[in-house]
Structures are given as C-alpha cells and as structure tokens.
Design a protein around this ligand. Sequence first.
Ligand SMILES: [Zn+2]
Length: 563
Amino acid sequence: MKKIFKAILIFNCSLLIINSVDAQFTHQDTLRGSNGPERDWWDVVKYNITVNPDYIKKEIRGEVIIDFKTKATGKKIMQIDLQEPMVIDKVMFDGMDVEIKKDPPNVWQLTLLDIEPTMYIDKIEGGKGLTKKQYQTIQILFHGKPIEAKRPPWDGGWIFTKDVKGRPWMSVACQGLGASVWFPCKDYQGDEPDLGASLTMNIPDSLVAVANGRLKEKKSNNGTTTWTWEVKNPINNYNIIPYIGKYVNWKETYEGEKGKLDCSYWVLDYNLEKAKEQFKQVPLMLKAFEYWFGPYPFYEDGYKLIEAPHLGMEHQSAVAYGNGFKNGYRGRDLSGSAAGWGLKWDFIIVHESGHEWFANNITTIDIADMWVHEGFTNYSETLFTEYYYGKVAGSDYCIGTRKLITNDKPIIGPYGVNKEGSSDMYYKGGNMLHTIRQVINDDEKFRAILRGLNYKFYHSVVTTKQIESYMTEKSGKDLSKIFDQYLRTIMIPVLEYKFTGDNMYYRWSNCVKGFNMPVKLDGSKDDWLKATTEWKTVAVTTDILKDGLKIDRNFYITVKKVD
Ligand SMILES: [Zn+2]
C-alpha cells in the first residue's frame, strides 16, 4: 500500500540515497484497483459468506458462495482477491474442482471451464427479477490468520479484543485495505453485489453475532449458535462486517419519508442505559438527513447502530459506533466554534450515518474519487447543525473546520491503483460544497440537488465526473472550474484587488485557467463580483466597498489587497 519509498543503498563507505516519490505503483496495485480482464467479464449478484472465527487462535475458516452473471462463454479466468496470509483451500464450479493459480501476494486466478452466458439484467428492481437460472455460482473455501487491525478504523483487519469485563469481542474494519483482508471476493468498489450479501457466523452460545441487514436465521447446536444476517440491497464489500460479543438489543420504529423504518440498536450489555440515552439522536439524525438527502436508502434492510471496538465506520445498515456515548468527536468539537456546535451532537452517529446516503447509496467506482463519500458526508455535519441550530450555526461549523485543511496534495487521487487522494476530501470537500452552495445562491435548489443525487444515483456506482455534471446541469451554473480548482489542485483561489481613484480592480489568481467563480460581497443583499483571471473594474460607490473589500465568509477563498 505504501507508494512512497526510500531506498538506502550503501556502497563501501559512501551513502547513496534514492528518493522516489509517488510514481511507483505495482502490478498488484493495478490488479486490485482496476476493472481488469479477469474481472470485467463477470458481475457479482450476491455474496453468501460463512465464517467460523477461532478467538483463541485468532484464525478464521469459512466459505464464500458467489452468485454472478455474465455474457461470456467457454473457458475464462476469474480474478478473486484474498490477501496473504489468508489461503484459498478449494474452489468448486458446476460440481467440479477448479484449478487455482496465485499471482502473489493477493490475487488468485480461477480457471472456470464451460461458462454459459446468464440472462443479463442491467437493472434489478427491488431485488426481484432474477431466478436461479439467471446466475452461476462458485463456492470458495478459505482459512487463515487474517491481518489484525492495530489501529482500527484507520488501518484494517480483524479485531480480536476483549470488552471491559474480559469477554471476547470481535469485529472487522477494512475500508481502504479491503474486504479481501478476510474473505475471498472481487475487491473492487465498481462491482457491488446486486442482490446484497448474507453473513453466517458460527460462534459459542455465550456470545451474540450481529451483521448487516436483517436476522434471517438463528439456530443452536452443541454449544454453537449459527447466526445468519442478510442485506437485500447492493453493498460495498468493506461494509460487510461481523460484530461478535456480549451484545444486547432494543428496537424502535421511525416514521420516515418512505414509511416505517426499523431501527435496531446493539450495544455491550453494561452500556445499555448510556446507549439508550445517547442513541435518542438517531431519529433526529434521520429527520435531518431525510430532509436534506431524501429517504434513507435501505428501508428493506433497516437501520442499525452497533457498538464497535473502534471509533466508527459506515457499515451499511450496521453502522459501527465507538464514540463512548459522548457528543462531539470523542468529546471534541472539530470545528472549534465559539458556540461549540460540534458538541451539540454525537459525531459518529451523524457522520457515519450520513454515509448511508454518500458512500453506501452513492458509491464511487474508484477510491480516487472518495471525496464523493467524505466531502458530502462531512457537509452532512454542517447540514445537521443547520437543521437544528440555524444557518449561522451551520456556517460557523463548516468554516471552523477549515483550519483542519492541509492542502498537501489534490483531493482526487490517482486512478486505477486503489489509492485515495488527500484527507482534505473531508474538510476541504465540505467547504467546497458550502462554497458551491453560495454560488448556486438558492437553498431550495441546492437541497433539490442533494436529494436528486440520491435519487438519480440510487444504489449506484459513480465517477466524480457524473456527480460534477449532475450538479452543473441541475444548478444551471457551470461549476466545472470550481471542481477543477478544489478537487484537482491544492491552490486556494486568491481574489486580488486594488483601488485606483474611484475604482476598484479585481481578478482571480492562484487558480486554474479560466477560473470564473462569482463571489458575493459581505453584508450585501445581492452584490456580486463576477471575477475572472483578467482585471475587471467597478466604481467604488457603495458603502460596502468604502472600508475595503470584504467577501462573504462562506466562500472558501483568500482575499488579498495588491499594489
Ligand atoms: Zn467518513
């Protein structure tokens, strides 16, 4: 995963340092990050995963049944990802053993003989329309000691830990690293299983197992309980997650835009009372987000919030919660706003649930475009604040997070190699959206665009270009230069100005060619400067300009007086 390397070569007594930055992507990166020839001929319909975790040995053993569809015929090679040290033991297709070759360390090539084209359905409505004959099935047996996460959720892997009473607690966090850290799959965001996934966990009777979607089956035998959970909707692989521990549960029904939404909460037994109090924020979150983004995207699978042995993650219909039942981000206001807006609500409930719309409903094909997940979800924090505390509070929160922007590298990363761009995708992404909202200058239109995105790209995988084009089309304003500026460069546009006599001159600098974002004068009702990269002039007659140029603080720009 490390793309920046430093090699130190020592020849006799001389020291030669070769320092190569960011140009090194491996064959494995390409296999992992792109839709290569051993991936693009088949399309995942469903994952049925069974896992038997061994808490003492920190090992897992299991089986994945992959239903897929294809137009291909004859002999084909299928790329399956499973990261070392995990091992594929056996693969069956059409009742026959499949020849397995390995492209080390993480890619497995399965030779499938006699593929028959399946009836190909591009859009499956509500999970209906596929019969058994319309897809094919492979069965993969696997086992091993999966990589353990050392610092979840920032690195990935299995988590074999204990709760405060010393009882086993297991889960997984694997965003970025990928689900292939623990189960064999097509580890590529561009191909979500159209009909969802099931996860079956065989665990000791003394523990409880929870996963995405709804409980399909629970049965006990000889001290082992088998729990099967299932989602009916498309899901990102990294979101398919087991949670195993001493969980207790309560439920409620939320009356939402699409009707009754089943909400279910799972926490460790000793946290029940605290959780019942803190999770009262869930209906508030749902109300605000359905207002801004449209209906919760997974009514069929329900909404769940599950205590996790790490801070949190957007696991679809099974959101991971580890914020200590406190408001803020681990008790902190990320915006640092004077009024403490970020302490009025629980960061993990708001942020990770916001991802149900941006990340889980709308998913990017390539993680280079991950700003679509994190930028919009970061902005969901501002919109939540605004919904309950007003527009000024929302702006305070959003603007307050600017100090966390680093401008180290562009927000969009390199394509095709499973590589994210800058972590600025969060705060700068949110501030770019806030700036775009000012340019659109019509809050109802802006809200319609947010809802429209979730409707147009419902349960879809997208590119950043599709999102950019949609916003330009629906706003009626050409936003392309703004996206280029904030997503593809690290430059913060500078509005330069100077006074000469009774005139003010102004223009954009430190910007992409043709940058033309209009900006609003601070304190004005509707006075705009339609700046370009050429000097323009305006007569200094208004009161607003008399004390110098002040631009509405909601635009994320720099204003600079020049001589
Ligand atoms: Zn996030």
